[in-house]
Design a protein. Structure first.
Lengths: 112, 112
DNA sequence: TGATACGCTATCGAAAACGTAGCACCCACA
DNA sequence: TGTGGGTGCTACGTTTTCGATAGCGTATCA
């Protein structure tokens, strides 16, 4: 699978607009979650697996490759962590956590 | 596939925390894109397909079902559109468009 | 020379997504 | 009354992606 990047046609949009590349990149299973977990602090490969309740190493490795190509994540001394850009991206998503709480309150309680 | 909702275990997290349900919901192919397109204005089923460059009706229908269960999208007079909650969610994601532009400038220009 | 941890790859079956065709419904119009 | 257009949506076979498990190669420390 190729990493969606600005300036290239991506799935669902031949335009190359940056937002489309971003939506494709983030709309892959575990992408958002991985960024979220790394925002909680740096982690080794195996740490990340554990935090995500044991997602496959193959998928994790694929996602990490994409996120590294996109310069959102890097592998440093302390293990994997967000780049400055990645940090800023997540920072802009933080209002989501807030919103999710309100959302939970408005939804009917799901059956167990 | 079951719709991830707060209060239930979701893929990658048994905790039921709202943010985890949200990350699961949005981390499915086309979810973010569909919300994005609906934020540009209401659309019929076929409009949505066209705006997303002809994604499969089966997938579109599945995503719409999930987003409707999550009370983010509804089917009204003018076709599909965001609910008040959905609108607020997207509003909180708008900084992403901005960020994506900066991101594009910092990335090496991809080969054609 | 084990013991342990690291990042990561290989393999294979299951699940999700894709592409295409077409159904059932409604409504205007001839 | 039938035909042409729109609607939302389903069916089905193929391809892609994901998931579960095992294990490799390296490094570190005892």
């Amino acid at each position: 699978m190729t990493t969606p990047l600005p300036g290239q046609p991506v799935r669902g949009s031949a335009s190359g607009r940056p937002i489309m590349a971003l939506l494709d990149l983030l709309g892959r299973r575990w992408s958002l979650r991985i960024l979220w977990e790394l925002h909680q602090g740096p982690a080794t490969f195996r740490d990340l697996q554990a935090r995500c309740e044991s997602l496959s190493p193959s998928v994790l490795n694929t996602r990490l490759g994409e996120l590294r190509q996109a310069l959102l994540v890097e592998n440093g001394e302390a293990g994997y962590c967000l780049t400055a850009d990645g940090e800023e991206l997540v920072r802009r998503c933080l209002p989501l956590a807030d919103w999710a709480e309100h959302w939970a309150n408005r939804l009917p309680v799901p059956e167990k």
